[in-house]
Design a protein around this ligand. Sequence first.
Ligand SMILES: [Zn+2]
Length: 301
Amino acid sequence: MRSNHYAGGRLDRAHWRRRDEAWLKERLAHPGSAVLPLWQGRPLIQGAEAPAPALIAAAELSASLMEGDWALLGVVGEQAVFALDLPAGDPEPDLSRWGSFTELRQVGPILAREDAALLAYARGLILWHQRHRFCGACGAATRSAEAGHQRRCADEGCGLSHFPRTDPAVIMLVTCGEKALLGRQKEWPPGMHSTLAGFVEPGESLEEAVAREVMEEVGVAVEEIRYHSSQPWPFPASIMLGFTARARSEALRIDPGEIESAAWFTRDELRAAPEDERLRLPRRDSIAYRLVRDWIEEDGG
Ligand SMILES: [Zn+2]
């Protein structure tokens, strides 16, 4: 099955290298190693027409820049690939020779699949470092460990290890007969509609989360909840778990605290979406779009 955008990278994560201090030290200084700098969560991107990650040889970056938190993303053949979190304060580090710091959301849909996967991985991991500088148990500072795949509490009495977080969220295409349910939130661009979604809560299965979210948002009971596919979504730290579900009835009871509106659409209506303030489909790089597209194509495209 074809993977979703932001997944399917070919990088070998080489987890066995994460504790190999000698190898890491050598690779960080190796001219053939590649470093992807990020500043304030924004990766360095080269090329405007066909954007791609700006990978720089570690030796070309100044020692002071290399003092930021770094993480081993993995290896491609013999080449080690690192992500580097540059100091967040102003001014923006001048790396304009190689590219510009760009929001992944902005270029995501037009990236090559492999590049999108690499950038989603790097952004997710680096944002986790930025937001976990202190131990949630004792409040002491934490330090990066395991080549950037853990943070350890610096307090000797605590010493807790913290692991990168990926928050599970369910996202579901609900259908009833020949119609599919899409909703919209008021802060979205005019006309944009998407599938319902929400975070999984503690003590809940994914199927229960699907049923609860649909009931909360639109007051509809669902059955035949089936897994579809998943997508890393580092905005900031989610994994989207895609499902399909069948509604027991079409009647909606919308919770205005959750969504602005929701409605049932036929395949023809979605195929003919004018992509303006009347009806816009979800972003092309999202699993929401894939869920809608796959449902339309079930009926022959
Ligand atoms: Zn601690």
